[in-house]
Design a protein around this ligand. Sequence first.
Ligand SMILES: [Zn+2]
Length: 302
Amino acid sequence: MRKVKFHKGYSEVFDVNAETFKVITNETYPYKQISKKDGKISAYGICPMCDNTVTLLGIYRPIKNERSDSYARHAKEDIPGFDKFNEDDYLYCPYHRRRANYVIEVRRKDITEEDIKILNIARENFDRCIYLIKKATGLVISNKLAMEIVKNYMANCGYMVHDRTDKNIPWIMLNKMPVIKLINRLVVKNSPLYEMLNKDSQVRLKAENKDYYRILPKNEKEYCALSLVIGEYSFLVDQRDNLNEYINLIITKPKNGLYSEYKRKNIQLDVYSFNNMVHSQKETYRNKELLKIAEDIIKIRP
Ligand SMILES: [Zn+2]
């Protein structure tokens, strides 16, 4: 992996490189210590996704193989000064699994402390989730739709699915979104959804202002019922060890009393954008109305 953190839990994530390591840790124990394995000075951190200890390579010794940049890998053993190796968490870590398609399934019956932590983050940062959902898709989210999103997230136990982490809360919400009728919705200019609908045979996009366009039927006299289905969340760790996350936007249209796929677009999600937003402490994107909605709906079950 190319990212690391130095505190357990929901903390800031950094690139793996020698300079950052020195600045952030001051080379203190346990981050810098003599490896029991080979007796050499070694650098350690924590996996941003599963909270297990990782060994940082390329910090104190050049990397021998063809990789030129520093990177981190799971230590898979107990390292002094860090929590014990948690094999279950490791086995579900995206950096270990490397690839998963459409595996958004609820994991267990009982809610765990980690699930509650995720719920708390979701509630306190719901406005940021909505901001990122809009940014990723281009769909302008009304408060009414935001309420639907959070209701679906709760009803589908999005905080308890296999692949949920504290970084992908907005993307799990996106994956759990209800089917959305597109007519009369607003879309952001030049966004993925805008590109899908621009110059379309069924709809036209009418400028509301310089950024937002309204989705209207091409022919006012004809009924148009395009819907947006969002899903098929997947992730892939590439050959350079970067984690990538994707989701599909699928537009459907009515066919024989049901619906058929009309258009599809795969979009890449920004893996650490949510974490960065939360830790930047910028207040620009805060929205009290959305936070109130989350406050009312995200309730932890006893
Ligand atoms: Zn991990």
